[in-house]
Structures are given as structure tokens and as C-alpha cells.
Design a protein around this ligand. Structure first.
Ligand SMILES: [Zn+2]
Ligand SMILES: [Zn+2]
Length: 77
């Protein structure tokens, strides 16, 4: 049995997520996202896809990057 780092649930099928030097043990993707996913620098939503990096911040989409003053950022399509 392992314990979820986010909600404390004891569960026998937890999984570990590693991001750079951080890692955590979770019982569900929702808990992993809550703990590990970056937040958009403009609207604050959790970034679950690739996101857009501009000026050292990460945004959920090019629109948010532009709203934060990063002109010329476009979604990669
Ligand atoms: Zn959990
Ligand atoms: Zn956003």
C-alpha cells in the first residue's frame, strides 16, 4: 500500500510521476495533475497539454501568452 501525496488516500495501485528533480506518488491522475501540472501564467488554469512558453512563463495557449504581453506568440499548428 502506498499513500497519495495529494489527498492522503491509501491505495494499492498508486503510481509515481517524476518531473525534473520532483517526484510524487498518486492514486489518480486528478491528484497528479493537482500537484504536478503547471498553471497558466495568465488565466491560472492547469496546463495538461504542451502549453506555450514565453518569457520564462508557461501559458495554456498563445492567446494567454499574448494577453501577458508576449506579442508574436502563436499556437504551433
Ligand atoms: Zn489522491
Ligand atoms: Zn491560460
Amino acid at each position: 500500500m502506498a499513500t497519495c501525496d495529494t489527498c492522503g488516500n491509501e491505495y494499492d495501485r498508486t503510481f509515481t510521476v517524476t518531473k525534473g528533480t520532483e517526484s510524487g506518488t498518486f492514486d489518480s491522475f486528478e491528484c497528479a495533475i493537482h500537484a504536478m501540472a503547471p498553471a497558466c501564467g495568465h488565466c491560472g488554469c492547469r496546463i495538461l497539454g504542451h502549453g506555450v512558453e514565453a518569457g520564462g512563463n508557461t501559458y495554456c495557449c498563445a492567446h494567454c501568452a499574448r494577453q501577458s504581453g508576449h506579442d508574436g506568440v502563436t499556437d504551433r499548428s
